[in-house]
Design a protein around this ligand. Structure first.
Ligand SMILES: Nc1ncnc2c1ncn2[C@@H]1O[C@H](COP(=O)(O)OP(=O)(O)OP(=O)(O)O)[C@@H](O)[C@H]1O
Ligand SMILES: [Mg+2]
Length: 337
């Protein structure tokens, strides 16, 4: 197992004169499922295109499995690609779609048959051999696209938002499926998404990107519990983020005295980290909604709006009512400026 199976070193990616990704450094381990996560335009697809060889770096180098591939063309890199539009061949049946790349390699017919059948079995499509893509569901088409890449035995499989045009239920199903296939085949996967929940559920490690740069890199548990910046915290669901001043949290709106003196320039709380129904502060209910296990409140406070989740056992407060709340030290996440 290599710790830098895919290695991007000081890679700068440009479109004409504009820099999309400046001096990116990223090591991907062999057999890892890594997620590139970040808002639209942050450089996820650009980074993938560089790994794939579809975009040449203006400077820097890319190594895959110990080999410098910076100047190696896309079709010689041993990379598999699965995009949002599956780009299946509509006139070919499932078997022929999967066998296509193997036929180009002029492999013996018996090997093509065996590998294609194995590929279809891996994604649970045995029995669908003679179906055309148009006769398959969205999820089945997605799995077919995955099988088509997998049979080529790529060193690295790149998936760019492959689940984004599936409905919510299918997305969940395919997520689990992808994870299973990845663990079973041991293929190194780079998965792009702008869906935080998807990244948390799938990844061994998450690369959170902003404006072409890595904002934070870590395991899902790491990023979820310990975002380091306001950007990362916001992405990970810390919906209340404030600056600190002495023993206070402040916004452009006002300030609140805390029961402790923060050691960081910013603090963040998740809605479920805010105490509701007791505490030294008062907030007026701006909005309330039932969320099954808890009730979500938006409170108008001295800081402006504060989002707080209340225990469902507490009596519901109506819009306009005043609720006590607290921003406890125990649930505060310290953030860098
Ligand atoms: N072909 C192109 N020509 C010029 N600029 C481009 C091109 N493709 C992307 N860009 C710019 O490069 C930056 C990064 O784009 P990229 O496609 O990598 O974003 P992304 O993170 O994949 O976003 P999304 O989530 O919307 O797919 C953006 O500012 C974008 O406008
Ligand atoms: Mg993209």
């Amino acid at each position: 197992m290599s710790d830098s199976f895919v290695q991007l070193s000081d890679v700068t990616l440009m479109y004409g004169k504009s820099t999309a990704v400046p001096e990116l450094n990223l090591s991907i381990r062999e057999g890892e499922l890594i997620c590139l996560l970040g808002p639209s335009g942050c450089g996820k697809t650009t980074t993938m295109r560089a790994i794939a060889g579809l975009l040449n770096p203006a400077s820097g180098s890319i190594h895959i499995d110990g080999r410098d591939v910076t100047r190696v063309p896309a079709n010689k890199r041993g990379i598999g690609l699965v995009f949002q539009s599956y780009a299946l061949f509509p006139h070919l049946n499932a078997f022929e779609n999967v066998a296509f790349g193997l036929r180009l390699q002029k492999l013996p017919a018996s090997e093509i048959k065996a590998r294609t059948e194995e590929g279809l079995a891996t994604v649970g499509l045995t029995g669908f051999e003679t179906r055309k893509p148009a006769e398959m569901s969205g999820g089945q088409q997605q799995r077919l696209a995955l099988a088509r890449s997998l049979v080529m035995k790529p060193k690295v499989l790149l998936l760019d938002e492959p689940l984004s045009n599936l409905d919510a239920r299918l997305r969940l199903e395919m997520r689990t499926e992808l994870q299973r296939v990845q663990k079973e085949t041991g293929v190194t996967m780079v998965f792009v998404t702008h869906d935080q929940a998807e990244a948390l559920a799938l990844a061994d490690r998450i690369v959170l990107m902003q404006s072409g740069k890595i904002e934070q890199l870590g395991t899902p548990a790491d990023l979820y519990a310990r975002p380091e910046t306001a950007f990362a915290a916001d992405f990970m669901g810390f919906e209340n983020i404030f600056r600190t001043e002495g023993g206070k949290v402040v916004t452009d709106h006002g300030a609140l005295e805390l029961g402790f003196v923060p050691q960081s320039p910013m603090l963040a709380w998740r809605p479920d980290g805010v105490t509701v129904g007791s505490g030294p502060h008062q907030g007026r209910v701006l909005a309330t909604s039932f969320a099954g296990a808890h009730r979500e409140y938006v409170l108008e406070t001295a800081l402006g709006p504060v989002k707080a989740d209340a225990d469902i056992a507490l009596p519901e407060a109506a819009i306009g009512e005043t609720l006590s709340f607290d921003l406890p030290e125990a649930t505060a996440r310290p953030l860098a400026a």
